[in-house]
Structure formats: structure tokens, C-alpha cells
Design a protein around this ligand. Sequence first.
Ligand code: NAD
Ligand code: DAU
Length: 352
Amino acid sequence: MKLLITGGAGFIGSHVVRLFVTKYPEYQIYNLDALTYAGNLANLKDIENAPNYTFIKGDITDAKFLEDMFAELSLDGVIHLAAESHVDRSITDPMSFVMTNVVGTVNLLNAAKNSWASTGGFEGKRFYHVSTDEVYGSLHNPEDFFTEETPYDPQSPYSASKAASDHFVRAYGNTYKLPVVLSNCSNNYGPNHFPEKLIPLMIHNIQTNKPLPVYGKGENVRDWLFVVDHARAIDAVFHKGKEGETYNIGGFNEWKNIDIVHLLCGIMDRKLGRPEGTSAQLITYVTDRAGHDLRYAIDAHKIMNELGWEPSLQFAEGLEKTVDWFLANQEWMDNVTSGAYQSYYQGMYANR
Ligand code: NAD
Ligand code: DAU
């Protein structure tokens, strides 16, 4: 199996690459990543010299590059995670989300389709598109959950771009019979999470005594899943998912933002030896995100019943592990917040 994983230097992608490189030594894993601000090869330091692992610096918006790469590598499968992933950035710069998430995904579909069609057909091939629960929109009734049948109703430029990419993947499955499979997952958290997102930002700001910006009233609800459990689910869908199907992935673990921030303040007070209640004084309510989705909640019964996947970690344990990782990896955080990680790796791969 020669497997291309896109976006493998990012948060979730790095956990997927690690899982596949270590669990399947007989596979050749190619990690294709443009190393945008969100890509950091330090996330993969522990496996970078594995004999079955190769990093390729490249941009999925470059169709010719993808075509040449597919011709050279004779790939059997693709797990596509590369994306612009931050909702706030999509509000200030929607076009880069259209380029990477929509155009980039269609480029990748074309490269896979054309290369496979001209080298023996689609038998034994698989194109797996990793997507988000945000494509379903925002829930307002507390009893509702997103199922695989929930109509798409994206509300932000980010979720609109992911919804468009999902539609293209399904359209290629239907029109060209490309063997596709998709999953839509809820909010991930864990080691290597980029500190523009809620949980790592709060951990970093608590540690450095900076304000903790809570959007609006902090009443918005997200369904949190430990990133390694998402990687395990991706493994299950890639190997056991039915062609053409979609699997929702989530932790049945809903939290209001403000409650998570208080939880983190409590954990950090304990770990940093601060008197209880110290960090919570940093909480600052700020202007709400434009068009802020109220609630996401995934019904994950399909993947649990059909593929036998289930989350392995409770939230309390996962958050402790996450905080411990950030406290033990201060250098990772320093390099990210100073920007040093970018010049180092961009320089290293500049001419490839
Ligand atoms: P991330 O932003 O941490 O990483 C994205 C990676 O893609 C980075 O390494 C970046 O360099 C790379 N990339 C960006 N543009 C590229 C391009 N044009 N060409 C090649 N590589 C490019 O994202 P993440 O949080 O790890 O999310 C990964 C995927 O999972 C995304 O598709 C996202 O929509 C989806 N997802 C994320 C979450 C979440 O909670 N973070 C939940 C569900 C689904
Ligand atoms: O649901 C899956 C999605 O989860 C993924 O598809 C996205 O790629 C990922 O970024 C995430 O999107 P969210 O917008 O839910 O995540 P974020 O961490 O940005 O915000 C989580 C919640 O916290 C959200 O309601 C906004 C709020 N928030 C966020 C930040 C960064 C704050 O209150 N303050 C903040 O500073």
C-alpha cells in the first residue's frame, strides 16, 4: 500500500501520520503538506526517520504538481486532511479557504482519478476525504444531533468551503465511480493543537497570565474528541468503511465554552501551584464571532455500530493529558508563538 496523507504536518494530520507509520510498517506513507502557518514538522519528530515515511513539501492548489506526483509515486490510496481550518481566519480571508479547501480538493480528486484511470483502474484504490461537523450548520434544539442524513447548512466561509469540498468528493464518486469515503468529525483537542484554537489558546494564556478571550457569553456548545481517537476513527473508516459512505465521528461530549475555560483554569491552578480561582480571574468576555454557530453535537452511532469504533478517553483524562503535554513541551509552544518553527522547516524544504 502506497498511501498519501495530505496535511500531515498539521494538528490532526500529524496524529494520523504517526498512527499509520507505526501501525502499518508494511505501508509506504507519503505526507504531502505545504507547510503553511499551521504545518509544523516538529509534530512528527519522533517518526521522521522511519523507513516507511516520506515528507513531500507541496501545495494542493498546484494541479500540475499533483499530476506529476501521482505519476511518480503510483499511489493506492489518499487520506485528505490538508485544509485551511480556522473559522476566524475564514471570516477575514475567505478566498484562501476557497483555494485550498475547494480548488485544492478538486485538484486532488482529478489527480487521483486521472492517474488511477490510466494505470489499471479504480480496483483496490480509495480516496478518503476528512471533513467536519460544521457542514451541518448550527443546532438550536437541545435534543437534536447531526446524523449522516442531516442536510448541509454551512454558516461560515470555512464550513461553506468544507461543504463544497464534500459535495465534489461525492460528485466524483457518483459521476466517475471514484472509490470515495468521507467522515465528518466534531471538535478535536490534544497535543500539537495550534494555539489559535480555543483549548490550546486558553492553556497558553493561562500559563503566561494573559486575558482569556471568551466570545459572546461563552454559551456556545462544542462536542470534543481527543485527537488520537479521531486518528483511530480515520484508520477504521479508511480500512473498513463502505465505499461511497459517510461516517460521523464524535465523542458524545458536549461542553459550553465557558465551562471548558473554567475546567482548564482549575487544572492549571493545580498544576502550576496557584491558589484555586487565580486563573479564572483572567477570563475576559469579548465581542462574539460573526455568525457564531450555537451548538454542534454528533450522533456517532453509525461508526460505532458498523465499524466498531468508540472513543477511548474520557474528557477529564484527555484534558489532563493535553495540559501535561503542553506543559512538558514548552519549546514546541515557544517555537510556534515566536514563528521560529516556520523559518526552520521552510528553509529546510525550500528547494524540494
Ligand atoms: P490544521 O490547520 O492544523 O492543519 C492543516 C494542514 O494542512 C497544515 O499542516 C497545513 O500546512 C496544510 N495545508 C494547508 N493548506 C495546504 C495546501 N494548499 N496544500 C497542502 N497542504 C496544506 O488542521 P487540522 O485541525 O489538523 O484539520 C485537519 C483536517 O481535519 C481539515 O480538513 C479540517 O477541516 C478537518 N477537521 C478538523 C477538526 C478540528 O477540530 N481541528 C475537526 C473536524 C475536521
Ligand atoms: O467542529 C469541528 C471544527 O472545530 C473544525 O472543523 C475546525 O477546523 C476547528 O477549528 C473547530 O472549529 P471551532 O470554531 O469550533 O473551534 P475554535 O477552537 O476556533 O472555537 C471553539 C469555540 O470557542 C467556538 O465556539 C468559538 C470559541 N472561542 C474560540 C476562540 C479561539 C472563544 O470563545 N474564544 C477564542 O479565543
